[in-house]
Design a binder for this molecule. Sequence first.
Ligand code: NDP
Length: 275
Amino acid sequence: MPKHYAVFGNPIAHSLSPRIHAAFARQAGVDMDYVAIQAEDFAAALSAFEGDGASVTLPHKEVAAALCASLGERARRAGVVNTLIRTADGWHGDNTDGDGLVRDLTGRRRLDLRGRRTLLLGAGGGARGVAPALLDAGIGDLFIVNRTPGRTDALADALGEPGRVHPRNFEDLGSLGEFDLIVNATSAARSTDFPSLPMSLCGPRTTAVDLNYGEAAIPFLAWARAAGAHEALDGLGMLVEQAAESFRLWHGVRPDTGPVYAELAGESLSLVSAD
Ligand code: NDP
């Protein structure tokens, strides 16, 4: 009997997760199915789902955390859940986004994150997932900027490191100087409303990383290149790595992400960003 998995989101039509998990399952010899479920009302959709586990994507990661009977350490610190595991007591929630980003940057891209003065754009589900992992990876000061300032402050408070984490407003960006690492965790490009960012944020040592990939990564990565960043990376590698960590939680095997990433990267610009 195959096990049943799904990814819940809104929108979800372009999600690559079913394709990625199908490739992992073939590789690991796991008998499972994994489907995409469009969910406006996430709580209702999840309660109707009888599967063994699920991925959760935008905009439901916070609600998912609230619906869990228990949370792993990474989900508790992030306050958001992207991976659900069914247990006898209800859903157990974890978060693999941070692990996915750090593995992509330090493993695939061979970056040393230690001491990097970092700017995080966004304070939604993705930003909340990656911020604790970046701090654990040893970055230096972390500045957080979000369109809605209340969410910036909430994320900074939740991280609980006031000496290292600094909430700021978009209007302050021009006075913050140069960063070693800039992470775009906003969905702004989806709305063709990407905010204008000062060139002074980037210098010859800057690595700019977009959590988005495909067309949605074009505005931020084009800005970073124009501003003189050393390198500009999209979120496809993170997508594959966070999926591999979820797969490990469900099936106890960590798949080889190399071939799956290589196949998707080969068609990267035709992909529509949807984690
Ligand atoms: P959320 O909906 O939880 O948060 C969206 C974020 O984008 C918020 O910080 C929001 O600000 C900000 N934002 C939206 N529109 C604008 C705008 N016009 N100008 C400035 N800021 C804006 O989404 P997620 O955090 O889950 O995802 C963010 C992006 O990252 C998505 O595009 C998603 O696909 C991608 N992602 C990729 C992953 C991967 O594995 N590669 C994993 C996770 C996310 P405000 O709070 O003010 O609304």
